[in-house]
Design a protein around this ligand. Structure first.
Ligand SMILES: Cc1cc2nc3c(=O)[nH]c(=O)nc-3n(C[C@H](O)[C@H](O)[C@H](O)COP(=O)(O)OP(=O)(O)OC[C@H]3O[C@@H](n4cnc5c(N)ncnc54)[C@H](O)[C@@H]3O)c2cc1C
Length: 429
C-alpha cells in the first residue's frame, strides 16, 4: 500500500478521532486494527452506557488527572468537552448530561457511539483494516516509515500514529502492544499499573458479604500509617474485594503504594455524619426508645440486612443479649466498628478488571502541541498509551478523543507544510 499520508494503529476513540480529523483536513488515511471490529472498549464504557465526557470547566477537569494532567492542556484547548458533544451531534449521535456533569450517549447504548464513529470513518472514505494486528513499527534511522503487520506485510506512510491504548481489559484488544513498540524504538515507559480497580483485603471477607452495597460512607486511604486521601460515597463487597465507586477512586494511589511495597490500609466510616459522641448518644437513644430490644435488633436499626451478621461477628457481640445490658466497653466496640473499620490491603484486581492503565509512554518524550514523538521522526501518539490517566466520570475518554483530534490536526498541518515546501522546492529555479 502506498500514497498514505497517515497510518493510524488502533481503532479506539483516540485513533478514530485522529483519522477523522486528518481526513477532514484532506489527508489520505488508513487505520489498522487488530480486532475484528473497532472500539470494543468504547462499546462497553460507562457500564455499557458510554460516559463520553464531563462538563466540568477546564481547571476542575484537569484536577481529575494524575500529575501528568497538564500535558493535556494543549489537547483540551484544541478540542474539549463541548467540541466533542458538537462533533457527535453533527455525526448524528445525541448525548445527555447527567449528575456530576457526566455526559452519556442519549440512547443509553455506548455501542451507538461506536457505530457513529464507524460511519464517520466510512463516510470519509478512510480505509479501515480490521483483524490486522501490527507487530512492530518500521523505524529506519530514527524515522518511522510505517508498520509491519503480524503476517509480515509492511504498510508505509508519511506519518504513523500509535493509538493502541493501555493494558486494561485485554479482551477488548488493548494488550499493551503499542507500549512495547514505543519502548523498542527508544521511548521511556512509566511502568504500567492497573488503575480504577477493586482492592483486596488481607483477611478474607465472609461469603455473606458478597454483593453488599454501602451508601453514604467515607473511606480513608492510609499509606504507611499516614492519610493519603479520603472519599465519600458508595462502595460494595464483591468477590472478596472492596469495590464500588469510592474504592475505585482510591485505587490509583493504593496500587502505586502496593507496588512500592508500602503498607496500605483502608479505614471505613459507616456513619460519617455522626462523630463518636453523637453516635454513642444515638445508640443510647435507640436502646432507650426500644425497651427490651436485643443487640441484633439494635444493629438492625443502623445497618442494611447484609451487614448485620458481619457486624456481630466482628465485634464479638451476642445478638440475642439485651442491648440495655451492653457494657460501655461493648458499646465502644460497636462504635469503633462503625467509625473505624480497618482493612489492610494486600492486592488489587487484575488487568482484566482494571478500567484504565496508569503509566505508559513518558509525557516528557511527547510534544504536547502535536503529540509527536521527540525520539522518532514521523511518529505520533494519542490516547491511553501515553502516561495519562484520570478518575471515572468521562475524563479518560475525553483525553483519548482530544489527543486523537489534536494529533490528526497537527499531522495534517505538518504534511501540508511538507507538501508546500516540496512544491516550492520544485518551482525554484
Ligand atoms: C470497562 C471499562 C469501562 C470504561 N468506561 C469509561 C467511561 O464510561 N468513560 C471514560 O471516560 N472512560 C471509560 N473507560 C476508559 C476508556 O474506555 C479508555 O480510556 C479509552 O478507551 C482509551 O482509548 P484509546 O483509543 O486510547 O484506547 P483503546 O480504547 O484501548 O483502543 C485501542 C485500540 O487499539 C487496538 N490495538 C491494540 N494493539 C494493536 C495492534 N498491535 N495492532 C492493531 N491494533 C491494536 C485495540 O484493539 C483497540 O481497538 C472505561 C474502560 C473500561 C475498561
Amino acid at each position: 500500500m502506498s500514497g498514505i499520508d497517515l497510518l493510524v494503529v488502533g481503532a479506539g476513540p483516540a485513533g478514530l478521532l485522529a483519522a477523522i480529523k486528518a481526513a477532514d483536513e484532506g489527508l489520505r488515511v488508513c487505520i489498522v486494527e487488530s480486532m475484528a471490529k473497532p472500539a470494543r472498549k468504547l462499546g462497553i464504557a460507562g457500564k455499557g452506557r458510554g460516559n463520553l465526557t464531563n462538563t466540568a470547566p477546564l481547571p476542575e477537569f484537569l484536577k481529575h488527572f494524575n500529575r501528568q494532567g497538564r500535558f493535556l492542556k494543549a489537547a483540551f484547548a484544541a478540542f474539549f468537552s463541548q467540541d466533542l458533544v458538537d462533533f457527535f451531534e453533527r455525526e448524528g449521535l445525541k448525548t445527555v448530561e447527567e449528575r456530576g456533569g457526566r455526559v452519556f450517549v442519549a440512547s443509553g447504548r455506548a455501542t451507538d457511539a461506536v457505530r457513529c464513529l464507524h460511519h464517520a470513518v466510512e463516510r470519509r472514505g478512510i480505509r479501515l483494516l480490521t483483524s490486522s494486528p501490527v507487530r512492530d513499527l518500521l523505524v529506519i534511522d530514527k524515522s518511522c516509515q510505517g508498520v509491519t503487520l503480524i503476517d509480515g506485510r509492511k504498510l508505509t506512510a508519511a506519518r504513523t500514529l500509535l493509538a493502541t491504548g493501555g493494558m486494561s481489559y485485554p479482551l477488548t484488544g488493548s494488550t499493551g502492544d503499542g507500549i512495547r513498540m514505543a519502548k523498542n524504538c527508544g521511548h521511556t515507559i512509566v511502568t504500567p499499573l492497573p488503575s480504577l480497580v477493586a482492592l483486596k483485603p488481607e483477611k478474607p471477607l465472609p461469603d455473606s458479604l458478597q454483593g453488599a452495597v454501602i451508601k453514604n460512607l467515607s473511606a480513608e486511604l492510609r499509606i504507611n500509617g499516614k492519610k493519603e486521601a479520603a472519599e465519600f460515597g458508595e462502595m460494595a463487597f464483591l468477590d472478596g474485594y472492596l469495590a464500588g465507586p469510592i474504592m475505585i477512586s482510591l485505587s490509583r494511589a493504593a496500587v502505586q503504594a502496593l507496588h512500592a511495597e508500602q503498607q496500605v490500609e483502608i479505614i471505613l466510616d459507616l456513619k460519617p455524619a455522626l462523630d463518636h459522641a453523637k453516635l454513642d448518644r444515638r445508640l443510647l437513644r435507640e436502646i432507650e426508645s426500644n425497651r427490651g430490644i436485643d443487640i441484633a435488633g439494635l444493629v438492625a436499626k443502623l445497618l442494611p440486612a447484609e451487614l448485620r451478621r458481619y457486624c456481630l461477628d466482628q465485634t464479638g457481640l451476642n445478638g440475642s443479649r439485651r442491648a440495655d445490658q451492653m457494657s460501655a466497653e461493648q458499646r465502644k466496640a460497636l462504635r469503633l466498628w462503625f467509625k473505624q473499620q480497618q482493612y489492610t490491603i494486600v492486592g488489587h484486581a487484575a488487568w482484566e478488571q482494571a478500567i484504565v492503565t496508569a503509566g505508559g509512554i513518558a509525557t516528557n518524550e511527547v510534544n504536547p502541541n502535536t503529540l509527536a514523538s521527540k525520539i522518532v521522526a514521523n511518529l505520533h501518539f494519542a490516547g491511553e498509551i501515553i502516561d495519562i490517566d484520570a478518575d471515572t466520570g468521562g475524563y479518560n475518554l475525553q483525553a483519548a478523543f482530544s489527543t486523537g483530534w489534536l494529533a490528526g490536526q497537527a499531522i495534517a498541518t505538518a504534511i501540508k507544510a511538507g507538501n508546500k515546501n516540496r512544491s516550492e522546492d520544485r518551482i525554484q529555479p
